[in-house]
Design a protein around this ligand. Structure first.
Ligand SMILES: CC(C)(COP(=O)(O)OP(=O)(O)OC[C@H]1O[C@@H](n2cnc3c(N)ncnc32)[C@H](O)[C@@H]1OP(=O)(O)O)[C@@H](O)C(=O)NCCC(=O)NCCS
Length: 112
């Protein structure tokens, strides 16, 4: 499996044009998962969504994507504050990585 990055601000010609970037997991030429992050106006970094195709879950792909993102951030943005809104399937990994609990948030919705 290969991890391929996209739109990283350290590798794109004009990073000021966008604030989101990420990594895609490719297995045998097929995209099997992805992970993203964004740069916030207050100079912090937010770790955003992750997704692994249901047929490929439980094999450590999320962990590999997560570690790739973490290595990139610590290599290029040491000292920046990082935050993330976690869902139940992702909160365990954040706890394992020693992120600090801040607050619970509430999901709301409405049909337009
Ligand atoms: C959550 C998701 C990305 C995990 O992908 P995965 O490749 O199967 O995860 P991994 O095999 O790399 O597991 C890494 C760690 O994530 C956590 N984890 C994975 N699936 C989990 C689940 N269903 N519930 C709770 N924790 C889970 C565990 O801590 C696991 O560590 P362990 O294997 O040592 O127990 C995948 O189930 C998914 O895409 N779910 C739907 C979208 C989603 O919920 N995204 C996450 C929040 S944005």
């Amino acid at each position: 499996m290969n991890i391929v990055s996209y739109r990283l601000p350290t590798t794109t010609p004009n990073p000021s044009k966008h604030n989101d970037c990420g990594w895609v997991a490719i297995d045998d030429g097929v995209e099997v998962g992805w992970i993203t992050m964004t740069f916030k106006p207050d100079n912090s970094i937010r770790f955003e969504d992750a997704f692994v195709h249901p047929d490929h879950r439980g094999k450590g792909i999320y962990r590999k994507l997560w570690d790739t993102r973490w290595e990139y951030v610590t290599a290029n943005f040491k000292g920046r504050k990082i935050h993330a809104y976690c869902k139940p399937p992702s909160v365990n990994l954040y706890k394992e990585k020693e992120f600090t609990f801040v607050e619970n948030v509430v999901l709301v919705e409405k049909i337009a």
